[in-house]
Design a protein around this ligand. Structure first.
Ligand SMILES: C[S@@+](CC[C@H](N)C(=O)[O-])C[C@H]1O[C@@H](n2cnc3c(N)ncnc32)[C@H](O)[C@@H]1O
Length: 313
């Protein structure tokens, strides 16, 4: 596969939660480098895996070849997993796993434009299609940029950063953007966290519609899971984890107030999930071996036999 292999996060816990058995059909909604899929195949399951990044699908062809026809790779957003599986007659399924966010391969390749560690074009598109980070930053008005930085990056000085971006346009590289943000916020060499981190996260989430995708993916998983089917979701920051937590709360019948990103509660609907587990985090040994695991949270629930809830995000 790629030169910088992606180390799967919380692999043992995910496999444990999915409890794959020979002959079962499972969905890996975020194939990446295939870390989860490989393990599920080894347990005898059939896997339908999604990724919206054409590079991930290309890299996965080796594993397809080794899988005795038990792995199928689908280049599509996981929000469409229900229609994509229906079209191939692959639904319903026994389990779904979602490992949200970017892969190490995406982050490490400067030309994908996700990272300010190396200089590359301001791209950040997982699917390599549609509006790029440069398109957004060079065309959106200052208020819209500030809103994105505030909502998706939790950047407290979003207006100041947005103003600096607009003044520096046109921006074409990740290096330029990082410099503009550091200058706007002040950056000392010994700062623990680069001040550009929040801005890069925010723009990535916006460009890839990551929070909307997550909610639509959860709803699609609810539609394709068999009664008793398992759903396991790994997220990497609190904005995402909050959505997963609330989705499981809502669908298991103890719904707090609605969220902009969650489908409106369908009053009177029977719980579609049960056995909602507590949040699982990586242990010290895993974090020491793979620092990316530090911020990972796994949540798991089991599908009931109730109909999927209605209501769109
Ligand atoms: C964290 S990586 C997954 C790593 C994988 N579990 C492994 O062990 O190799 C996330 C992957 O999901 C893909 N992805 C993220 N959001 C997606 C979406 N909405 N639809 C389809 N693929 C998505 C990304 O392109 C990336 O390859």
């Amino acid at each position: 596969m790629r030169d910088a292999p992606h180390i799967p996060v919380l692999l043992a816990e995910v496999v444990d939660a999915l409890a794959p058995a020979p002959g079962e059909r499972l969905v890996d909604a975020t194939f990446g480098a295939g870390g989860y899929s490989r393990e599920l195949l080894e347990r005898g399951a059939e896997v339908a895996a999604f990724d919206r990044d054409p590079d991930a699908i290309e890299g996965g062809q080796i594993l397809v070849g080794e899988s005795d026809g038990r792995l199928i790779l689908i280049e599509a957003p996981f929000s469409a997993m229900d229609s994509e599986l229906d079209a191939r007659d692959l639904a319903p399924v026994d389990g779904v796993v979602m490992d949200i966010g970017v892969s190490s391969m995406q982050l490490d390749q400067a030309e994908r434009g996700f990272s300010f560690q190396g200089d590359g074009p301001l791209d950040m598109r997982m699917s390599q299609a549609g509006e790029s980070a440069a398109d957004f930053l060079n065309n959106a008005d200052e208020g819209a940029i500030a809103d994105v930085l505030y909502q998706y990056g939790e950047e407290p000085r979003s207006r100041r950063v947005a103003r600096a971006i607009v003044e520096a346009r046109p921006l074409t590289t990740t290096g330029q953007l990082a410099t503009v943000v550091r200058k706007a916020l002040g950056h000392k060499a010994h700062d623990k966290k680069d001040p550009a981190t929040r801005t890069f996260q925010a723009i990535r989430i916006h460009v890839n519609r990551e929070l909307d995708e997550l909610v639509e993916g959860l709803v699609a998983a609810e539609r394709v899971l068999k009664p008793g089917g398992r759903l396991a979701v790994v997220t990497f920051h609190s904005l995402e984890d909050r959505l997963v937590k609330r989705f499981f709360k809502q669908r298991s019948g103890s719904m707090p107030a609605g969220s902009r990103h969650l489908p409106p509660a369908a009053r009177g609907a029977d719980p579609s999930f049960e056995d909602v587990g507590r949040a699982v985090r990586a242990g010290e040994a895993e974090v020491a071996a793979n620092p990316r695991a530090r911020s990972a949270t796994l949540r798991v629930a089991r599908r009931t036999s109730a109909a999927p809830w209605v209501g769109e995000a």
